[in-house]
Structure formats: structure tokens, C-alpha cells
Design a protein around this ligand. Structure first.
Ligand code: PA5
Length: 342
């Protein structure tokens, strides 16, 4: 457990991270020609890109222009001077994000950078690109509060979406209430995240979601289990999975026995999706030899519901690392790959 202390400590501090970021953003102005913005494109990878997914999920429906997330070296063909490209890299040194940044600049896109330093900070300063500097010293995936809140705040300050102060307050309060139930000091009998980690131990996690509010969170669970617990995990969403994945639960039975399904659900899910989740879990998969359970989001607002599930998943992935005897913080494989690519 000692090895896991850094990651578990960072997860515990998520509400403080978000508060710090809110404070930072109070002192940050947005310089943008809003009337020219036809698309918002967030470009980043891994733990940095997740902020974009959360933003798109939370305000995508009310924003008058599409919010898209780009995870790659290049810019889609539509990117031009009517695109607001927000390049986000916690380290500031992710080559794909730097390449995308250069391409966005060459296309005349309106740019903003969010980073804790590195090459991205240097290039933004050099190019006179508005820069949000977030605190350094964490793993990017453990800095989700530092990365998501500035994104949300930038889009709110631009006037494209309204500020929803009460929803943020509800979310922070819920996270503070939940974290003591999920923290290492809470015994397994009362600790949902530890119970989930035990269910996932020795299994292949399949995280199910709806195309609406929970999809980005299920993907976050997958990537957190990958990076923190160094374990394979997969995510898929309703209603699409009702048209393919459910057919795959029959054979071979030895494989299915190694699968553990966790279906994330939210009161914001489409009513037909809620019905689909319930019928799939209780009837369609009734004879499947996998483990399965449903996990409902807590809280009232969409923001609170998203973050309640995110917090449970972050904790569960770190506890799963502990069960495998691993330190959830280093990502040795990713570092080795970067050296090979150098
Ligand atoms: O969370 C992690 O550690 C990774 O997924 C990183 O986010 C990813 O490698 C990209 O790095 P960065 O977020 O610094 O751009």
C-alpha cells in the first residue's frame, strides 16, 4: 500500500485540485474572437485528453458550436481560423500534441494552451498564444481537476456556455463527502471502490456506459485500469453494445468466466437506454458466466454524476494495482516506448 500512497493521495485531493483551478481561472482572462468560433477542438492524449471528453459530455448539448476531441498528430481538414483549438498536455512534452499544435497554428486556428510546462509552454510563450499554466508534479491522469476545470472555465468565460456555479458547488461537496467512504482508511466492508477492485481482481473488466453522460467516464475507467493497475480493460456503450457485444457472451465459457462487467448508469441516460441496461443485465446476460453489476451515479447535476463515477473508478483502479502488488504511479511501458521512438 505504501507504493500506492502517491496516487491514492492525489485522488483524495481531487476537490482541492478543482478549487485551486477555479481560483486560478478567476485570475485568467480569455482573449478570443468568439463571433468567429464555429468549432471548439480540444487536442491532447491520455490523461490530458480526458478533460476534453468531460467538457464535451457536460456542456456539449448547450454549446452553440460543436465541441470535439482530437487525439493525434494532425488536425482534421475543417480546422481553420474559425476553429478554437485548445492544446492540452500536462507535461507539455507529448509529441502528438505538439505536432497538432503546430498544424493548428499553421492553419490560422485561434489557439489556447493548457499545460504545467515543457515544450508546449515554451512554444505558447514564443508564439504569443494564451497559456493556462497549471501546477506540475503529478501524473497527468492524476491531474484531472487541474486540467478539466480550466477547460470548462475557458469555454464559460468565452460566453459560449453559461456558468453553472451551483452545479460546481454540488460536485465539490459530493466529492468531499464521498472520498472518506472510498479512501484507504475506510474498511472494505464499507468501501465501494475496494469492493469493486476485489471483483475486478484476476478478471478482464468490461465497463459499460450509455452514449450520453457515462461514456467518457467508462473510457476513463478503462484507461485508469490500464495505467494504474497495468491490466487490460475494455469499454463499450449502450445502445450500440446491444447491437453487437451482447452476442459475444456465449463462448468460449472459460473466457467469459474471466470477464467482469460493470455497467455505469445515470439518471440522465435516455429512458430507453435505462430500460436496455436493466433488461440486458438481468435477463440477456442472466445465463452468461461472467460477473456483472450495475453502478449508479450519485448527485443531482450532470457534473456531480460524472465526477461521482470518475472518483469511484479512479480509486478502484488504484486499489486493483495494490491487489496486483503494483505501484499505480509509474508508467514504465509508456516511458520505454517514448525512448524507442526518440
Ligand atoms: O495519464 C498519463 O500518465 C498519460 O495518459 C498521459 O496523459 C499521456 O501519456 C500524455 O501525456 P500528457 O498528458 O503529459 O500530454
Amino acid at each position: 500500500a505504501h507504493d500506492a500512497a502517491d496516487m491514492l493521495g492525489a485522488i483524495y485531493k481531487l476537490p482541492e485540485q478543482m478549487e485551486l483551478a477555479l481560483d486560478l481561472m478567476k485570475r485568467t482572462a480569455v482573449s478570443l474572437d468568439r463571433s468567429r468560433v464555429k468549432t471548439i477542438l480540444i487536442t491532447g492524449l491520455g490523461g490530458s485528453a480526458v478533460g476534453g471528453d468531460l467538457l464535451r459530455t457536460y456542456v456539449g448539448d448547450t454549446c452553440p458550436v460543436p465541441i470535439l476531441v482530437n487525439r493525434g498528430y494532425t488536425m482534421p481538414s475543417y480546422v481553420g481560423d474559425d476553429t478554437w483549438v485548445i492544446a492540452i498536455s500536462y507535461s507539455g512534452n507529448t509529441e502528438e500534441t505538439l505536432s497538432a499544435y503546430e498544424e493548428a497554428k499553421a492553419r490560422g486556428a485561434q489557439l489556447t494552451a493548457i499545460t504545467s510546462g515543457g515544450e508546449l509552454a515554451e512554444r505558447a510563450r514564443r508564439d504569443g498564444v494564451p497559456l493556462v499554466s497549471v501546477p506540475s508534479g503529478l501524473q497527468p491522469r492524476a491531474a484531472v481537476g487541474h486540467l478539466f476545470v480550466p477547460l470548462l472555465s475557458l469555454v464559460q468565460k468565452s460566453g459560449l456556455v453559461a456558468e453553472r456555479v451551483e452545479e460546481m458547488e454540488e460536485t465539490l461537496q459530493l466529492l468531499r463527502d464521498m472520498r472518506d467512504e472510498l479512501a484507504p482508511t475506510a474498511q472494505t466492508a464499507h468501501n465501494l471502490a475496494k469492493q469493486i477492485a476485489l471483483r475486478l481482481h484476476g478478471k478482464i473488466p468490461l465497463i459499460h456506459s450509455s452514449t450520453g453522460l457515462t461514456e467518457a467516464i467508462a473510457y476513463r475507467w478503462k484507461t485508469q485500469i490500464n495505467e494504474n493497475a497495468q491490466t487490460l480493460a475494455f469499454a463499450h456503450s449502450y445502445p450500440e453494445l446491444n447491437h453487437n457485444e451482447i452476442v459475444g457472451f456465449d463462448v468460449p465459457s472459460e473466457l467469459i468466466e474471466r470477464v467482469e462487467v460493470i455497467a455505469l448508469s445515470s439518471t440522465f441516460d435516455h429512458p430507453r437506454v435505462q430500460k436496455r441496461i436493466s433488461i440486458t443485465m438481468s435477463e440477456v446476460l442472466a445465463d452468461a458466466r461472467c460477473g456483472r453489476s450495475q453502478l449508479a451515479a450519485r448527485g443531482e447535476s450532470a457534473l456531480a454524476q460524472m465526477f461521482s463515477l470518475l472518483l469511484i473508478g479512479d480509486y478502484a483502479s488504484a486499489y486493483l494495482a495494490v491487489l496486483y502488488g503494483l505501484d499505480p504511479t509509474p508508467v514504465v511501458k509508456i516511458e520505454q516506448l517514448k525512448k524507442r521512438l526518440a
